[in-house]
Design a protein around this ligand. Structure first.
Ligand SMILES: CC(C)(COP(=O)(O)OP(=O)(O)OC[C@H]1O[C@@H](n2cnc3c(N)ncnc32)[C@H](O)[C@@H]1OP(=O)(O)O)[C@@H](O)C(=O)NCCC(=O)NCCS
Length: 182
């Protein structure tokens, strides 16, 4: 493609093809990049690097990474609730700041719900801090798109946490989910 420079002369510009975001189950090899992604958000509780290696290996069927040019740009850790076999509990959701606001987190959640490992899932639960508007809108938006309810109740309160200043964590319960929606 040719464009004009500031002297008005035509110059050739290389147009980089747009890369697609891909989704897949995480593997142990993604643990380090996921730890970096979570750290980079600056707002999520950063757990040990060990926990992300373990998570990417053991809970891969109910977790997801988004990659662009092989780089991890999104991650969701989820598990089937041990006391509720019909509930996918979402632990952490992160999208690299360069990819936010484009529907990536919503798409990752829907990809997860479509997995074989989630075929019995009728409810999705997650906890959200009241100040996290993006996260609140993500889960409310998912419920709207799935044409179902989003019930918000108290769960962990700030006094449950050992350190000062941790916000409350409200429980969002989305469902019942019909798989033909969204
Ligand atoms: C929360 C987060 C994962 C959202 O990712 P995303 O890919 O940008 O989200 P989406 O583009 O799928 O948007 C989902 C909904 O949230 C809304 N939203 C996204 N970012 C928003 C923001 N900063 N402020 C207000 N609303 C926002 C979108 O408009 C959309 O709403 P809609 O469904 O009504 O259209 C991302 O902002 C992030 O990684 N934040 C830091 C980590 C974090 O807070 N994680 C969540 C707690 S576990």
């Amino acid at each position: 493609m040719s464009i004009r420079n500031q002297n008005g002369n035509a110059v050739e510009q290389t147009v980089q093809p747009k890369t697609e975001v891909s989704f897949r189950s995480p593997a142990k090899k993604d643990g380090a990049a996921v730890w970096e992604l979570i750290k980079h958000t600056g707002v999520l509780d950063l757990n040990s690097s060990y926990s992300y290696l373990m998570w990417c290996d053991i809970f891969s069927e109910t977790s997801i990474v988004a990659t662009e040019d092989e780089n991890v740009c999104g991650f969701i850790s989820g598990y089937i609730h041990p006391k509720k076999a019909n509930t996918l509990f979402i632990w952490q959701v992160a999208v690299h700041e360069s990819g936010r606001g484009k529907g990536l987190a919503s798409r990752m959640l829907k990809e997860l719900l479509g997995r074989v490992a989630c075929e019995k899932v009728q409810y999705l639960e997650a906890t959200v801090s009241p100040s996290n508007v993006a996260s609140t809108n993500l889960f409310k938006g998912l419920a709207r798109s799935l044409e179902t309810n989003c019930i918000i109740t108290d769960y962990f309160t700030s006094t449950d946490f050992p350190q000062e200043g941790h916000e409350d964590e409200l429980l969002f319960k989305i469902g019942p989910i019909k798989k033909d929606k969204g």
